[in-house]
Design a protein. Sequence first.
Length: 243
Amino acid sequence: MNTFECVKLSVRNETCFSKRIQLRDNQKMEYLAYLIDFMLHVDKYIEQFVRVYDNWVYALLFLIIFLEAGVVITPFLPGDSLLFVVGGICGVGLLDWTLCCTLLSISALMGGQFNYWVGSKVGTKLLEKHSRWFTEKEFHSTQVFYKTYGASAIVIARFVPFIRTFAPFVAGMGQMTLANFSFFNVLGALIWVFGVVGAGYELGNIPWIKSHIEFFIWGLVLLPSVVAVWGSYKVKVSNSSAT
């Protein structure tokens, strides 16, 4: 093989490699776009699932809430918005309200307990290894949240996206005893699920809210986060002043 052929082969290989990278990036962007669309139009997706899969939708909802509450690598899954939409769908009779609240409370409870257990087993190791799934940033922000709200942080965290997923994990790393965590985990799961599903049941089918559901979903995501950040900031300022 002469020099010219080697250059042609090298260019061809680089082109194929670049195309593979571009294809992989495009697939990631498509997945991200689908995820965002699912979060913003979760009402339409769940209604379609109900009509197509009937009672199997209960298993799907159970799985989503469990993963969102119990696995640190899936904090991006819809929580508050999903519960609110489920309440609205219960309001029109497509789902059973009592069954939804019972199943999703159990799912949130189990997710929290599982997350605590995983945190107690591998949390410190992940932190020491600088894992991309659980970084010092998430650890310290959750610690600040604990310092701000104390033991009730487990209940309050249920209403704060991302913190909701990391709080049980950090609690398992030594922030709380199992008995103390379990009590607040049960309390938080019940208040969160029955409260948000109940709100969706009462408000989800009001015409204005239904036609602007994406803005309402953003409100459910952003408002609790802003309140939590503000509370943490006040504690940080007061601690700085004390020292």
